[in-house]
Design a protein around this ligand. Structure first.
Ligand SMILES: [Zn+2]
Length: 311
């Protein structure tokens, strides 16, 4: 089993000020934990390359991309919305983040890797077709899905998102697209306050009330996602891996444990093995408590590598 680990040093150049929770320290915490546990050394590591304008324009209109380019400051930090800021390197980081998922999709379709984890930031799943928001500029997982379709002819693409926040951006981009199935679990009612009651056939919403624990989470995923995934039979499984539903994460009030991330990754791998020749590409979304973020990513990577949780 080859698990690829894709990242890029430029992901660290984007920051939104010393107090902002979506900080470069997040990737440091993940890398440190994976090194310490020996998990990182078992992956095939490589650097991403920037997504091209053509790749980004498959999900974001050119005029929006150009407008974003114009927002980049020469120095200092500019505010796009109340919690999304840009420094001079933000879009450089965003381009390698999206480019990592493109590379991951290439690797699984070319049989260079069985599955992939993209350790990148800024995250992407709140970025709508024409709106940067919620710490996100380009929708990384959507760029990967569009690449799978354009380059490899994939006609059944599943996106599984277990971040504590609903993936309004991914829904905005693929709503009513019969070739993409979006499964999203999230605290409800909660940020992003958009698309929360969406009723599209290709979107499986799994709202969870504050305080939801492991057992209730797993039951909801099995009840909602599995029937949809077995009916859909994806040719590739993409994962928006946010770890902010962890009980120790300060951003929200769900109570997942480290092991839940191993469990849901195994579930996603099982679907990929059944229908998609094992192809699975995962990309980091949220996760803001540095300690539990590292442990949760470790659980996720162990499952990708075929390792048990407790070793
Ligand atoms: Zn989140």
């Amino acid at each position: 089993m080859i698990t690829a680990y894709i990242t890029h040093p430029d992901c660290q150049l984007h920051h939104m000020g010393p107090e902002h929770p979506e900080s470069p320290l997040r990737l440091d915490a993940i890398r440190a934990r994976l090194m310490l546990s020996g998990v990182l050394q078992q992956t095939m590591q490589s650097d991403a390359v920037e997504a091209t304008e053509e790749q980004l324009a498959r999900v974001h209109p050119l005029r929006h991309l150009r407008a974003l380019d114009k927002c980049v400051p020469e120095h200092g930090i500019v505010t796009l919305d109340s919690d999304t800021m840009m420094n001079p390197n933000s879009l450089k980081a965003a381009r390698v983040a999206a480019g990592a998922v493109v590379r991951g999709v290439d690797q699984v379709f070319r049989h260079q890797a069985d599955n992939v984890f993209c350790a990148v930031r800024p995250p992407g799943h709140h970025a709508e077709a024409t709106d940067a928001m919620g710490f996100c500029f380009y929708n990384n997982v959507a760029v990967g899905a569009a690449h799978a379709r354009a380059k490899y002819g994939a006609r059944k693409i599943a996106i599984l998102d277990f971040d504590v926040h609903q993936c309004n951006g991914t829904i905005d981009i693929f709503k009513d697209d019969p070739e993409v199935l979006v499964c999203t679990s999230f605290q409800y009612p909660f940020y992003p306050w958009r698309y929360l009651r969406s009723e599209w056939n290709n979107v499986v919403n799994t709202p969870l009330h504050a305080g939801t624990d492991s057992a209730a989470f797993r039951q909801a995923i099995e009840d909602d996602w599995l029937p949809a995934l077995h009916a859909f039979k994806p040719e590739i499984v993409l994962v928006s891996a946010g770890f902010d539903a962890h009980r120790e994460d300060p951003m929200a009030e769900l109570n997942l444990e480290d092991e839940d991330y191993h469990w849901i990754t195994l579930m996603a791998l099982e679907i990929a093995a059944l229908y998609a020749d094992g192809r699975l590409v995962s990309v980091l979304e949220g996760g803001y408590d540095l300690d539990s973020l590292g442990r949760s990513a470790e659980a996720h990577l162990k499952a990708l590598l075929g390792l048990p949780f407790g070793e």
